[in-house]
Design a protein around this ligand. Structure first.
Ligand code: FES
Ligand code: FES
Length: 177
């Protein structure tokens, strides 16, 4: 029996300990948000958060996840109010939808530590979109980043930031399955 917490619920899986977390979530817990894409660690569609870190659930056995706090897209927010979910909807990102949960979970973990991720950080993500929605994904990331950013503080007239000569100037036994 393998114990972990999934979306706040303590679960015990009666499965082979070598079962990929992805299959336990999808097949035993009916949490089908994480998608089965490549099963080789190359697409990111299976991404969930384990103890605050984005992980590829196709590459992680439930034995390796024993005792972890797992969050799936279903548990990211109670009412789809997470800034990334809101941004995804506002930018109408989804096409087939297969990549979206993985992107959102990877970004949710990244942006918790870095609300405005750099291009290098974004390009380091394993997530890919096969449908050509990447430009909309980038717009949604920018929208979510600006929603998460603290409000700008107005500069009083004549501060260095406004002077043109200024240098620089500116980026599962409940239910056990
Ligand atoms: S299904 Fe896990 S990385 Fe593609
Ligand atoms: S919308 Fe289809 S893979 Fe991204």
């Amino acid at each position: 029996m393998t114990r972990m917490t999934v979306n706040g619920e303590a679960l015990q899986y009666r499965l082979d300990p070598e079962t990929p977390l992805l299959f336990a979530l999808r097949d035993a817990s009916n949490l089908t948000g994480a998608k089965h894409g490549c099963y080789s660690g190359d697409c990111g569609s299976c991404t969930v958060i384990a103890d605050g870190q984005a992980v590829l659930s196709c590459q992680l056995t439930i034995a390796a996840a024993e005792g972890a706090e797992i969050t799936t897209i279903e548990g990211l927010s109670a009412d789809r109010a997470h800034p990334l979910q809101q941004a995804w909807a506002a930018e109408q990102v989804s096409q087939c939808g297969r990549c979206d949960p993985g992107f959102i979970m990877a970004l949710a973990a990244l942006m918790r530590a870095t609300p405005n991720p750099t291009p290098d950080q974004l390009s380091a993500l394993p997530n890919i979109c096969r449908c050509g929605a990447t430009p909309r994904i980038m717009k949604a990331i920018a929208r979510a980043a600006s929603a998460a950013a603290p409000p700008a503080t107005p500069h009083p007239a004549g501060t260095a930031a406004q002077r043109p000569e200024s240098p620089g100037g500116a980026a599962a036994e409940a239910p056990a399955q």
